[in-house]
Design a protein around this ligand. Structure first.
Ligand code: BEZ
Length: 234
């Protein structure tokens, strides 16, 4: 039997284009989102518990993401009427961890043909041959994929981490820095590695306003207010 191959779009590549029907009407992706960051994410199925907890959390945080110039777009291989019925049930019936009356106003793509989920490598047969895994694509205002995170069916996403990624990517871009492990706004940031022996020497002599752990590993302060003013325009 011929072996089926699966491909994934990669970080640094243009987000694959598609047209789709969603719970908020038709979208042209990523063209309709030019100028905004987008989180395009898949979930395995409507009317399932982990997905319900995730949609309630995402919807509750949507304003926060929008304030960081980031729009949300969901997808599953279920049909439009299933999506509508599920989102109505969430709003009308589900109360979870203090969240209730939650209205999902971001678009949820119907992908019964599996065209979009195939293009984005959201179908991973080792995990499920019929359902998308929990994929998260972070796409920048120019339509370039900047971060990809995958979770299996059995583990709900960490939404504080998804928010940290959006703030972190924008901070790294705006200030031309890199961000260390577990970085949060207000923490020190990493300055680009010295590109010459002279700069390496200067850094080790402590001439700049930096802390150097070695010539290739220097950090500097970046105020939380400066980060928030830049990313959230606050
Ligand atoms: C869930 O969202 O609860 C779920 C979906 C598919 C498989 C397992 C769990």
């Amino acid at each position: 039997m011929e072996e089926k191959t699966f491909s994934l779009p990669l970080i640094g590549e243009k987000a694959p284009e598609f047209k789709a029907i969603t719970t908020q009407g038709e979208i042209n992706f990523p063209g309709d989102y030019k100028g905004s960051w987008v989180i395009l994410f898949s979930h395995p199925a409507d009317f399932t518990p982990v997905c319900t907890s995730e949609f309630m959390t995402f919807a509750s945080m949507e304003k926060k993401f929008n304030e960081a110039n980031c729009k949300l777009v969901g997808l599953s291989v279920d049909g439009l009427y299933s999506h509508i019925a599920w989102l109505r049930t969430i709003k009308e019936k589900i109360e979870y961890k203090g969240m209730k009356d939650v209205e999902v106003t971001f678009p949820l793509i119907e992908d019964i043909t599996m065209e979009v989920s195939t293009k984005y490598g959201m179908l991973q047969p080792g995990e499920s041959s019929t359902k998308a895994v929990r994929a998260v694509f972070f796409i920048d205002p120019k339509g370039i994929i900047r971060t990809i995170i995958y979770y299996p069916l059995s583990l709900g996403r960490n939404f504080e981490e998804l928010y940290r990624v959006i703030i972190g990517l924008q901070t790294a871009d705006a200030f031309s820095v890199a961000l260390p492990a577990d970085w949060q706004p207000g923490d020190d940031v990493i300055v680009p590695t010295a590109g010459s022996c002279g700069v390496a020497k200067e850094r080790m002599e402590g001439k700049d306003d930096m802390t150097c752990y070695d010539w290739f590993f220097c950090t500097k302060k970046l105020d939380k207010e400066k980060v928030l003013k830049t990313v959230l325009k606050k």
